[in-house]
Design a protein around this ligand. Structure first.
Ligand code: NAD
Length: 365
């Protein structure tokens, strides 16, 4: 697959200008996104290099924290993991190491570096040790304002003033979480997609008091590590990707409830069709191409009228109808057939890696 890189415009803007635009409560980033012909190829970024981050604290070592740990360690960073629940924690440290072995197995980590990389992960026994020396802390505890606010208060009190404090939150607002801190400007959401050691996207979301430069530093940090960061200009529940995902999910449920198609066929209709294109480009560019020579404008003016009929027919409920849950669960059981959860998860991870290698030219063994 050849992606011809277009000439990219390096857009420079001063810190003063960024700060000025940030004085709203919500930040407007005039041009931080990729401008190349292929959205995955990076253009010049008007950001500072952030190679000062050497040590990362991982707070909460469940599904996401343990995967983050593997990701950061695989990039040569020192990782200090801590979880309040020691019984979970020991398993999570092992899980992070297993993730690193899987990366080596997939050819995304040099096998000769495996032992050294595993040694980058330290399991610490208390909160203070996790914070000590950390230049960046990724919080991944339960999705709850009470818990996250308490944690951010403690992090802010203990961490060195240069330390960036990021939350993995899928839907909570940083403005609320940072309200308990003395240095709210260094706090942001860095929302990964599961599993973060494999999936490139990370959504960076400011709170009202987050400093624009911290957003740029986080962007630069993740980009240097090989992730694909996107910056939201202002916070919104579900950020970008989950807003889109749950909009689609609601309709996937609606189609089953109305008896239009089975769970299995709804899933097939996504993965065998639009899903293949979506791995390459988002809905805007997809529809632009759908407009032929007339492009996006033509599509909106003409086909858009037909799509209105569909929009008017879509679900608008905001709670999953209780009586649909059994139907959905049964449908998924049927799709799984004799495969176990682990079979499917491992197959998915292997295929994600193959896709990443094809699309993003990830390093091969
Ligand atoms: N699971 C996903 O697919 C996913 C994807 C992206 C983001 N997230 C976000 O990541 C965060 C973590 O989600 P998860 O799925 O890993 O949850 P999880 O339940 O697997 O893990 C949470 C961990 O936090 C620990 N914890 C809770 N309170 C703590 C405290 N006070 N101090 C230290 N550790 C504490 C728990 O012991 C547990 O190990 C959430 O904010 C979630 O929204 C989850």
């Amino acid at each position: 697959m050849v992606h011809k890189r277009q000439e990219t415009r390096l857009v420079r803007f001063s810190l003063h200008e960024l700060r000025r635009q940030g004085e709203y409560g919500h930040i407007v980033f005039p041009r931080t996104h990729f401008t190349s012909s292929h959205p995955h190829k990076k253009a010049g970024m008007a950001v500072m290099k952030t190679n000062r981050i050497k040590t990362v604290g991982i707070l909460g070592t469940g599904t996401i924290g343990s995967s983050w740990a593997a990701f950061f360690a695989s990039k040569g960073l020192v990782v200090q993991m801590y979880d309040a629940d020691r019984s979970i924690h020991e398993g999570a440290v092992q899980k992070s190491k297993d993730n690193l072995e899987a990366l080596a197995e997939y050819g995304l980590l040099d096998k000769s570096m495996l032992d050294q990389t595993v040694a980058n992960i330290t399991s610490v026994r208390d909160f203070g040790q996790m914070v000590e020396g950390a230049d960046y802390i990724q919080e991944s505890v339960y999705e709850d304002y009470g818990i996250k606010k308490k944690i951010f208060y403690e992090l802010d009190s203990l961490a060195a003033s240069h330390t960036i404090l990021a939350s993995s939150s899928s839907g909570l607002l940083m403005s609320e979480i940072q309200s308990v801190t003395k240095q709210p400007e260094r706090c942001l959401v860095a929302h990964p997609f599961n599993p973060p050691h494999l999936v490139p996207l990370v959504e960076l979301v400011p709170g009202r008091k987050t400093d624009v430069q911290v957003m740029q530093d986080a962007h630069s940090f993740f980009e240097d590590l090989g992730k694909i960061p996107v910056i939201l200009n202002k916070e919104a529940p579900g950020h970008i990707a989950n807003r889109l995902a749950v909009a689609l999910w609601r309709e996937a449920v609606e189609i089953v409830i109305r008896g239009i198609a089975s769970v299995e066929d709804v899933d097939k209709a996504i993965y065998a069709g639009p899903g293949i294109r979506w791995a390459l480009m988002g809905p805007h560019l997809t529809y632009h191409l759908g407009g032929g020579d007339g492009g996006y404008r033509y599509l909106m003016d003409h086909i858009g009228k037909t799509i209105s009929v569909v929009w008017k027919d879509l679900a608008t409920w905001t709670e999953i109808p209780e009586d649909s849950k059994d139907i959905l669960v049964e449908g998924v059981k049927k799709s799984m057939g004799s495969r176990t959860f682990t079979d499917v998860a491992n197959w998915r991870d292997k295929k994600i890696v193959e896709l990443i290698k094809v699309i993003y030219d990830a390093p091969k063994k």
